[in-house]
Design a protein around this ligand. Structure first.
Ligand code: ATP
Length: 340
């Protein structure tokens, strides 16, 4: 273990959308920090708390009984003022006032941008990827994704039961903002007939409609379409599909239930590990880094490099999702044979 380069007090905050597992990361920052001789401050409501001096002392006990809890005990917020130079200066002043020399920021890309500005002002900052959307380019893993996809998968299984009983078509909209990871994973895990991803969907609704009709002709009693938030419009799509196919079609928007709930084992373990790594990096005197997980290993990246990276949804996963849905990508000849 690297020796402490002299840092005495660190802070931790959660910013942007909440994600299950954030509490495990906070707990790890607090307990690892204390174990390594640091004083740890909790900053409530993200950057708003930093600007408004909403700071609490964290003890090992303050994070008791939190590892299994969803949400974030420090609360989270989106703070427009942090985007301004004045906001950044206020945040820096708070750090100086409370002796916060190092800061762990748990959040997404936007939160990293704020962190980078603080780092430029001399506050040592380490980012941890916390978002259910999995849309952070420098890492294959983000805190909360695993819990969110499991929650969505369970909900979709339930919708599927009723959809089959009523021989309906169901459009189930999952979260993910502009990214289709939750939709793709649920599409595969729930055996959806169609998956609409913002990265791929060509808005050719007729293709969807033909597919539903073909399916029904072949005796399938349900048709599950997983629609990503980034495609959206599930309710109006359901109305158009019902009108075109004559098959009862319902839209279910899973919404914020995907963000809540007790984190999975994976989210608890990875978030705990990332929290400890962030503290160790601060103790080593590192700053402007973000923790990531790739190819089976945890590592850290320069924030600017991380923000400049891009990642694409796996073409192979998309392709297997299509081939496992079995019917959509049947050849035209097979489709024509079905119709005759
Ligand atoms: P999620 O993926 O859950 O939305 P996020 O961290 O990307 O998480 P944002 O709302 O984009 O969420 O950012 C969180 C906060 O980070 C903002 O409310 C703001 O306070 C701060 N922030 C975002 N962009 C900047 C920026 N360019 N400069 C300074 N601060 C920023």
């Amino acid at each position: 273990m690297a020796e402490n380069k002299g840092i005495k007090t660190i802070g931790v905050l959660t910013s942007g959308g909440d994600a299950p597992g954030m509490n495990a990361a906070i707990r790890a920052v607090v307990r690892r920090g204390i174990a390594r001789g640091l004083t740890v401050k909790g900053i409530r409501r993200g950057y708003s708390g930093l600007i408004e001096e909403d700071i609490v002392d964290m003890t090992a006990k303050s994070v008791s009984d939190t590892i299994a809890k969803g949400g974030t005990i420090l609360y989270t917020a989106r703070c427009a003022e942090m985007r301004t130079p004045e906001g950044v200066q206020k945040a820096v002043a708070t750090c100086h006032k409370f002796g916060i020399e190092g800061l762990v920021v748990i959040g997404g890309d936007g939160s990293y941008r704020g962190a980078e500005k603080l780092a430029n002002e001399g506050i040592n900052v380490i980012g941890i990827p916390g978002t259910i959307d999995l849309d952070i380019a420098c890492t294959e893993y983000t805190i909360g994704f695993d819990t969110a996809v499991n929650t969505a998968m369970d909900a979709i299984d339930k919708v599927r039961d009723t959809s089959t009983s009523h021989e309906r078509c169901s459009i189930i909209e999952v979260m993910g903002r502009h990214a289709g990871y939750i939709a793709l994973w649920c599409g595969i895990a729930n055996g959806a007939e169609d998956i609409l991803l913002p990265e791929k969907y060509d808005f050719d609704e007729q293709k969807l409609i033909d597919n539903i009709i073909d399916n029904r002709r072949r005796g399938k009693t349900h048709h599950i379409i997983i629609n990503a938030e980034g495609v959206g419009h599930s309710a109006s799509m359901a109305r158009r599909i019902e009108a075109a196919t004559g098959i009862e079609t319902r839209a279910t928007i899973l919404g914020h239930m995907q963000r809540g709930g007790s984190p999975t084992c994976k989210d608890r373990v990875y978030a705990s590990t990332m929290g400890c790594i962030a503290v160790d990096l601060l103790i080593e005197g590192k700053t402007k880094r973000v923790v990531g997980y790739n190819n089976g290993e945890f590592s850290d990246y320069d924030i600017n490099e991380a923000l400049a990276m891009s990642k694409a949804i796996s073409e192979y996963q998309v392709e297997i999702a299509q081939s496992l849905s079995h019917n959509y990508y049947r050849s035209e000849a097979l489709r024509a044979a079905d119709r005759s």
